[in-house]
Design a protein around this ligand. Structure first.
Ligand code: ADP
Ligand code: MG
Length: 492
């Protein structure tokens, strides 16, 4: 699976920033959140006023450690903050607090799934190594217009975790797979909402080309990509540009680039700065943090099952690949299905099929064309109702057809399957005596004598012509399995 230009191998490393889910900023109690009036989520610390002191938000540290545990990383005994010095109005202190020398998370890897040969077939799984992940503070936001520039410090001090991969990715498609996997991991663990439209997950893509098996080539870094399709397009464009340069015998300059998703073109922002340009030094205001091992173990216990571990478990229960993948794709659906499964663990396949085949279609049909359909978790169908419905089918109380009718009613109005069955008089009968009486009537019908004779002469399919009238006389309530059994007994 490679979109590399002939004769070249693509090498990509990503630096992903996620805003950690916390109630307050990373060094002060100021609240933060998307969409507030400019400069309302600020306080003396996030404005960088002289004389103020940062206090580390324990919740941000804990979320960073949880990410580390979720990717099987090392959590070093201590982590510490450094000042990254630069002058720019988005940064009121003229330095950004970050963890340059002693990050909170070291190593680890993220499991990804590469696209399969088709939508319904699982692709290859492999692990992408992380170099480290470090905590830092987000910076303010500048808006430039003809009349001047505006600055909003609401975002200044929002806790960011920068996750840095090794140069392990080999195509734009692999980078996309990595971001999807990371997104599922952090959202399902409640580490970050990672809403790309709100800038909660942003990505810098480092790209280089090399001769297959040769040493790494010079890379460029494309900054501030804020959609998965943008990352993919930026990498594809950069790969094509570097191939053109290299094929023409020109060297690649190590530089920082910007990408315009509208035009698909990239441009130089600056030649790559070196670490020494920032004059990093340990922040004297924040003592190094010693990470208590017992706390780490308590945090480990708060992590849910990882999406791909859950996918594997569902496959082990016999779920088809597409169902297993759809059901672990987002936090809400995953939690909703798990609750249903816990309520009726006996038949996971029926439960999954009802969701993926029937419920999905009903939800799409429940809204006007073009409108987004509700997810199962945001629909009126509760996990308990779904479990009860499958239990009724498994017990022979409802036919599959009747279950679909009940499901449609659940989508429309919610409630419990038992109540809907009672209100609609839907319950299926499995009473052999009752069914036998109806079958006797059917077999006595002269119009069906031909089918009876055919079956007895050895044409097994002729039995179907007799089942229809039985179902009709019982208004569809007879259990088809019992009908089949009794018919064969009476005919045989
Ligand atoms: P810096 O310290 O300058 O930011 P790093 O060595 O930390 O550089 O690497 C930053 C990112 O660039 C990492 O994700 C890394 O995997 C990636 N990277 C490093 N070298 C290359 C390369 N030759 N090609 C592509 N990506 C690379
Ligand atoms: Mg870097």
């Amino acid at each position: 699976m490679s979109d590399a230009p002939a004769g070249w191998e693509v090498v990509v490393g990503l630096e992903v920033h996620i805003q950690l889910r916390t109630g307050a900023k990373v060094f002060s109690a100021a609240p933060w959140g998307f969409g507030a009036e400019p400069n309302t989520h600020v306080d003396a610390v996030s404005l960088g006023l002289p004389g103020t002191l940062p206090v580390v938000n324990l919740a941000a540290l804990e979320q960073a450690i949880r990410l580390g545990l979720a990717v099987d990383a090392e959590i070093p005994e201590t982590c510490a903050w450094d000042r990254k010095n630069y002058f720019y109005p988005d940064n009121p202190k003229n330095y950004q607090l970050t963890q340059q020398a002693r990050p909170v998370v070291v190593g680890g890897s993220v499991e990804i799934e590469l696209p399969g040969p088709s939508r319904n077939v699982m692709g290859e799984h492999r692990r992408v190594r992380l170099h480290h992940a470090h905590l830092e503070e987000d910076v303010g936001k500048l808006t430039h217009s003809a009349g001047g520039s505006l600055v909003d410090y609401n975002r200044a001090g929002v806790p960011l975790l920068e996750i840095v991969t090794e140069p392990d990715l080999r195509s734009a498609a692999e980078a996309e797979a990595f971001l999807r996997a990371l997104h599922a991991l952090v959202t399902q663990a409640g580490i970050s909402d990672a809403d790309m439209e709100k800038g909660q997950l942003r990505c810098d893509a480092n790209v280089s080309l090399r001769r297959p098996g040769g040493p790494l080539g010079t890379r460029t870094e494309t900054k501030n990509l804020n959609s998965i399709s943008g990352v993919r397009a930026a990498i594809e464009a950069e790969v094509a540009r570097q191939a053109r340069e290299l094929e023409a015998g020109r060297a690649i300059a190590q530089e920082t680039r910007g990408f315009d998703a509208e035009t698909g073109r990239s441009h130089v922002l600056r030649s790559k700065e070196d670490a020494q340009d920032y004059r990093y030094f340990p922040d004297p205001d924040i003592p190094a943090v010693r990470v208590d091992r017992a706390r780490v173990e308590r945090l480990r216990a708060t992590l849910p099952e990882r999406p791909f571990d859950r996918q594997r478990r569902y496959l082990g229960l016999g779920l088809p690949y597409t169902a297993a993948s759809v059901l672990v794709a987002d936090a809400a659906t995953s939690a909703w299905f798990e609750t249903a499964l816990a309520a009726h663990p006996a038949n996971p396949v029926a439960l999954a099929n009802l969701v993926v085949n029937d419920l999905a279609g009903l939800l799409v049909a429940s809204v006007a064309p073009g409108e987004p359909a509700p997810s199962p978790a945001s629909s009126r169908v509760t996990p308990a109702a779904l479990a009860e419905l499958v239990r009724l089918v498994d017990a022979g109380t409802l036919s599959k057809q009747q279950a679909k009718e009940v499901l449609a009613e659940l989508v429309r109005a919610g409630g419990s399957p038992a109540a809907i069955v009672a209100a609609k008089g839907l319950a299926q009968t499995s009473d052999a005596g009752e069914i036998e009486a109806v079958i006797a009537e059917v077999l006595a019908d002269p119009a069906l004598a031909g089918s009876v004779a055919e079956f007895r002469a050895g044409n097994d399919k002729a039995i179907n012509a007799l089942k229809g009238p039985v179902m009709k006389r019982t208004k569809g309530k007879a259990n088809p399995a019992v009908v089949d059994q009794v018919l064969r007994r009476l005919l045989g």
